[in-house]
Design a protein around this ligand. Structure first.
Ligand code: AMP
Length: 417
C-alpha cells in the first residue's frame, strides 16, 4: 500500500493552524465590514464551466485541470479557481432577480496540475471576493483596496500593487488585430501551443512561459494604448480613487493575467521576498463572463489570494503575535473523577484543559503534562479530603495550596501564570 502523499499536496498540521485561522478570521472580519457575505460552492463542477469561463486557451484549461469522468460518463473537474463556481451559483440560484448587487467572499481549496515548487502546489487554498452588478470604477477601487487592507491588517511588508487595463469588447478587437499582426512576423519562432493561441486568443501569448517569447513579448503592442475613451476614463477614475486613499500602485502595461475573462482593470499584488512565485493576489474585472455563461448582461469583478503564499510571508516576516492560551493539566485519580470533571468544566471557560487518565499513576501523568507542553498542573490527590487543591507551576517551581472553591480557583490560577 502506498502511504506517500501525492506530489504537490500537503498536510496542514496543528502547529500551522493558528496562521490559517488568523488569515481566515482577519479576512472574514474585513470583508464583512464591507458588506460581503460568505459563499461555499462545490469542489467539483462540470468541466464545461471552466472551459468556457477560465478559457480554452489558458494554461489552466489546456494543461492543469484535474478532470475525470464519473460513473455516468459526465466530465467533471476539481475547481482550479473560484470565480466560475461563484458565477454559476449566481445563475443557478437566480440571485440577479433578488439583489441589485451581490458581494461575496469564499475560502477554500483549488486544484491545478502544475509543477510543484516552493509556493506552488497542486492543491492550494484561495481566499477571494467577487462583486456582481456594479460597473462603476469606485468598486474596482474597493476590490483592490480590500486586498491591500487585508495584507496591511496582517502587517505584511514589501508588497507592490500593479495595475493595468485590458479594455472592453469595444476596444479589444483593435488591440487583438495589432497583436496578431505583430506576432505573425515571428510565427516561425512560436511553439505549436503558442501558434494555436495566436489564431484563437493572441492575448494569451503575453503570459506564455516560453523562453523564446520573452524578448518578443517586451516589444509587443500594449492594451493600454488601444483603450476606448470610456475605458480610459474608467481606468483614470480607479487610479484617482487609489491615490485619494493613499494606496501606492504601479502601472504595469504588461500585466495581462492568466485567465481569459478579464476586461478593463486587472491587478496583482506581488512581493519581493517569495522568489519566482511572487504573486500573492490576482484579480480584475470581468464584464462579460455572466453573459458568456448564458446569463443576463451583468458586470463583475474580484480577486483571489493564495493562502499558502501568504502564510510563507507571515512566517518570514515573523512579527505577528499568534494567540496563546496556556494549557492546564489536571492529574486524575479514580477517587476524584467527579471533582476533576467539574473543575475542568470551570477552567475551560478560560483555558485549554487536558486531563490525565485515572488508570495511570501520578508519575506517568506528570510526564504526559510535560510532553503536552503544559506547565501548570493541578493535582487531584488526598488533599481534596481537606478541601485543598495543589497547583504547581513547573516553569517557576511555585507551588500553591488553594481552597477547593470553584469560585476562586480561576483567580488563583491567574496569579500563577
Ligand atoms: P490566479 O487564480 O492564477 O489568479 O492566482 C491567484 C493567486 O492564487 C496567486 O497570486 C497565488 O497566490 C495563488 N496561486 C495560484 N496558483 C497557485 C498554486 N499552484 N499554488 C499555490 N498558490 C497558487
Amino acid at each position: 500500500m502506498n502511504m506517500e502523499l501525492p506530489r504537490g499536496v500537503q498536510d496542514i498540521l496543528p502547529e500551522d493552524i493558528p496562521y490559517w485561522q488568523l488569515v481566515e478570521n482577519t479576512a472574514r472580519k474585513l470583508f464583512e465590514s464591507y458588506n460581503y457575505e460568505e459563499i461555499r460552492t462545490p469542489i467539483f463542477e462540470y468541466t464545461e464551466l471552466f472551459r468556457k469561463g477560465t478559457g480554452e486557451t489558458t494554461d489552466i484549461v489546456m494543461k492543469e485541470m484535474y478532470t475525470f469522468t464519473d460513473k455516468k460518463g459526465r466530465s467533471l473537474t476539481l475547481r482550479p479557481e473560484g470565480t466560475p463556481g461563484v458565477i454559476r451559483a449566481f445563475l443557478t440560484n437566480k440571485i440577479y432577480n433578488q439583489k441589485p448587487v451581490w458581494k461575496v467572499y469564499y475560502i477554500g481549496p483549488m486544484f491545478r496540475y502544475e509543477r510543484p515548487q516552493a509556493g506552488r502546489y497542486r492543491q492550494f487554498h484561495q481566499l477571494g471576493i467577487e462583486v456582481l452588478g456594479r460597473k462603476d470604477p469606485y468598486i474596482d477601487f474597493e476590490v483592490i483596496k480590500l486586498a491591500v487592507d487585508l495584507l496591511k491588517n496582517l502587517k505584511l511588508e514589501n508588497l507592490e500593487v500593479e495595475i493595468n487595463s485590458l479594455g472592453c469588447i469595444k476596444c479589444r478587437p483593435n488591440y487583438r488585430e495589432a497583436l496578431i499582426s505583430y506576432f505573425r512576423k515571428y510565427e516561425d519562432q512560436l511553439s505549436p501551443i503558442d501558434k494555436e493561441r495566436l489564431e484563437r486568443n493572441p492575448l494569451r501569448l503575453l503570459d506564455s512561459k516560453d523562453e523564446k517569447l520573452i524578448a518578443l513579448k517586451d516589444q509587443a503592442p500594449q492594451p493600454i494604448d488601444y483603450l476606448c475613451d470610456e475605458c480610459k476614463i474608467h481606468f483614470e477614475k480607479v487610479q484617482k480613487y487609489l491615490s485619494l486613499d493613499n494606496i501606492k500602485y504601479k502601472l504595469n502595461p504588461k500585466l495581462v493575467r492568466g485567465l481569459d475573462y478579464y476586461t478593463r482593470t486587472v491587478f496583482e499584488i506581488t512581493t519581493t521576498t517569495l522568489g519566482s512565485q511572487n504573486a500573492v493576489v490576482g484579480g480584475g474585472r470581468y464584464d462579460n463572463l455572466v453573459e458568456t455563461y448564458g446569463g443576463p448582461s451583468i458586470p463583475g469583478l474580484g480577486f483571489a489570494l493564495g493562502i499558502e503564499r501568504l502564510i510563507i510571508l507571515l512566517k518570514q516576516q515573523n512579527h505577528i503575535s499568534l494567540p496563546y492560551i496556556p494549557l492546564i493539566f489536571i492529574t486524575l485519580s479514580e477517587d476524584y473523577v467527579e471533582t476533576g470533571i467539574k473543575l475542568a468544566n470551570i477552567l475551560r471557560t478560560k483555558y485549554r484543559v487536558d486531563i490525565g487518565s485515572p488508570q495511570e499513576n501520578l508519575r506517568t501523568q506528570l510526564k504526559w503534562a510535560d510532553k503536552l507542553g503544559s506547565f501548570i498542573v493541578i493535582f487531584l490527590t488526598e488533599e481534596i479530603e481537606k478541601n485543598k487543591l495543589k497547583i504547581k507551576n513547573f516553569k517557576t517551581g511555585e507551588e500553591k495550596y488553594t481552597d477547593l472553591n470553584f469560585n476562586t480557583i480561576l483567580e488563583d490560577i491567574e496569579t500563577m501564570l
